[in-house]
Design a protein around this ligand. Structure first.
Ligand SMILES: Nc1nc2c(ncn2[C@@H]2O[C@H](COP(=O)(O)OP(=O)(O)OP(=O)(O)O)[C@@H](O)[C@H]2O)c(=O)[nH]1
Ligand SMILES: [Mg+2]
Length: 196
């Protein structure tokens, strides 16, 4: 995918602040620090577009980015990280849930998992809930640069068992090597071709 333009549009905390824009939209969901913002930057080909940090809880608002004037990418706050103060976590949950359940131009949710970790109950339930909303899901297993080829194989088997109903919708990815970038764009393209 050739990127001609990638720009930050705005931040929002509730539906009244979302851009009034009906471009097809893809959002990125996952635990804090899993690499959502880094994935957006790699896909957009712009290093500092979405703010990243080694401290969990960097993204605290819903951030909208417009790519090539024809797609919106949405960076959501992460959830379920122990080190984030409880008051902050309590703000995020309704923010993310309101967004996912009300955004009508949302065409795909990319759910990101750290390939090295077994998904928590919370992460598993999130996938089921998005499924129930009828929104297509693409699962990205990220940080594959951090493990050996052998562990990668083993972890893929674990994830496949866990989400056995969606085996064709897996992509492994690394924001460091950028492996998986083209496949993710390809999968997004396939979904954007069909209206929801
Ligand atoms: N080695 C490696 N590090 C990564 C990868 N993706 C992200 N990181 C690092 O993981 C940390 C968190 O990345 P972010 O992209 O900020 O994560 P996030 O999910 O947006 O985090 P929150 O906004 O806090 O929810 C940063 O230090 C990144 O550099 C990857 O594929 N490989
Ligand atoms: Mg982030």
């Amino acid at each position: 995918m050739k990127i001609y333009s990638a720009e930050f549009i705005k931040s929002a905390v509730n539906a009244s602040q979302y851009p009034r824009n009906s471009l097809p939209e893809v959002s990125f969901v996952g635990k804090s620090n899993v690499g959502k913002s880094s994935l957006i930057n790699v896909l957009a080909g712009r290093k500092g577009l979405a703010k990243t940090s080694s401290t969990p809880g960097r993204t605290q608002l819903i951030n909208f980015f417009e790519i090539n004037a024809n797609i919106l990418m949405v960076d959501l706050p992460g959830y379920g990280y122990a080190k984030v103060p409880p008051q902050v976590k309590e703000r995020w949950k309704p923010m993310v849930e309101e967004y996912l359940s009300s955004r009508t131009n949302l065409r795909l949710v990319v759910v990101i998992f750290d390939i090295r970790r077994i998904p928590s109950e919370e992460e598993y339930l999130m996938v089921n809930w998005i499924d129930e909303l009828g929104i297509p899901i693409l699962i990205v297993l990220t940080k594959i640069d951090k493990i050996s080829k052998n562990s990668l194989r083993q972890q893929k088997i674990i994830f496949k068992k866990l989400f056995r109903n969606r085996t064709d919708n897996y992509v492994t990815f690394s924001a460091v090597t950028k492996e998986g970038k083209h496949l993710i764009w390809q999968k997004m393209g396939e979904i954007f071709k069909h209206p929801r």
